[in-house]
Design a protein around this ligand. Sequence first.
Ligand SMILES: Cc1cc2nc3c(=O)[nH]c(=O)nc-3n(C[C@H](O)[C@H](O)[C@H](O)COP(=O)(O)OP(=O)(O)OC[C@H]3O[C@@H](n4cnc5c(N)ncnc54)[C@H](O)[C@@H]3O)c2cc1C
Length: 405
Amino acid sequence: MTTASSPMDVSGTAKRKVLISGASISGPALAYWLHRSGCAVTVVEKAGALRAGGYPIDIRGTAIEVVRRMGILPRLRDAHIDSRRCTFLDAGGGEVVSVSPSAVAGGVEGQDLEVRRGDLAASLYALVRDDVEFLFGDSIDTLDESAHGVDVAFHSGQQRTFDLVVGADGMHSATRESLFGPEERFHRYLGYCFALFTLPNTFGLSREVVLWNTPGRAAALYAVGDSDELHAFLTFHRPEPPFDALRNPDAQRELVAKVFAGAGWEVPAMVDALRDADDLFFDTAGQIRMPHWSRGRVALVGDAAYAPSFLTGQGSSLALAGAYMLADSLATNRDHTAAFAAYERGVREFVTMNQALVDNGAATLFPTTARALEQRNARLRNLVTLPSAPARPAHSALTLPEIRL
Ligand SMILES: Cc1cc2nc3c(=O)[nH]c(=O)nc-3n(C[C@H](O)[C@H](O)[C@H](O)COP(=O)(O)OP(=O)(O)OC[C@H]3O[C@@H](n4cnc5c(N)ncnc54)[C@H](O)[C@@H]3O)c2cc1C
């Protein structure tokens, strides 16, 4: 059942009204497919505008097919970063080895894509902005489910009713919290924290990644294209999450400075730049693991439901494939309970395989002991002599159905 004011589709059936919270990757991707299958879609995003954030993300395997079916593959190929090399350094800044970036990630050269997150978000948004209602600078305050739908009170004071609500609001999803309880219940901490920020490219780097390691600490400079800006990444091992620092940027800066005190190479300059950075993003590396991704008329997609962590490099790919599968399940099943169950059945194994990458070696880029670091370096040296590293089966472990439009 839908509310009396529901618009009709061409067959005279009331259009499903769906509210999506979050306009990054999974939100706009889901909006696209739901609109195409005849839903009336609203997206609410707490940021005042589409977030530009340019750090590089990968699109691989099954997710390549999703963006192909959306018609944005050529645009994303143009946006492909195409880094030339990834150079690993030792404690003193000496070169250990230099390899092709796709070899390190187990990607398929010439097929997989690496684009700025903001470029992917902008491509997705451009596809839907004329067909989907966007509410920027707003968020959901409360959700009340009744027999006829979900009554939503927005932070702005607006009150509306939707047939379904989907949380695409990321790892720290407020939708998940309001429905399923605190994040701690579902967060699997992976033992690392990271700080991400930009700094001027005074290092002469171009289309490359340089990664410095000592046991338990890593610092990377990422030159995307020939930009005069670099993405800096400082990550470190910490057995327990630093709860005190998570909501306090000053404490985050202090913690990073303490952990990296005495480090070699350009790390002191990076720590200095971090003090002045106005775009610091600090978080723990973790995964979201939930027994179910929906309750009643509300479902979760992307990082909100199954964040795999940056260590897998698969977050955006899971977000794109998950959005497609959720839309397909809703197009196939008019009953939302059956649709959400089909979505979980269709995606669960794919998610599990990709989340398991952290247990199968993805985290070994950041070893925590001297011995593990030596072993990693030996493996990287071997990559130089191999024609190419095998693609990871998990990336393509989902075959997409034809969506019923
Ligand atoms: C440092 C780093 C490196 C990464 N590297 C890779 C990589 O190499 N490859 C890869 O595939 N992935 C990578 N990822 C992960 C990738 O960015 C995410 O997996 C992907 O963006 C998930 O998309 P999403 O749309 O589900 O969530 P998000 O991108 O987190 O988007 C959530 C959206 O919801 C909005 N929002 C949050 N709360 C609310 C609210 N209450 N109301 C309304 N809106 C809200 C946010 O503003 C945001 O726009 C990386 C992530 C990080 C942090």
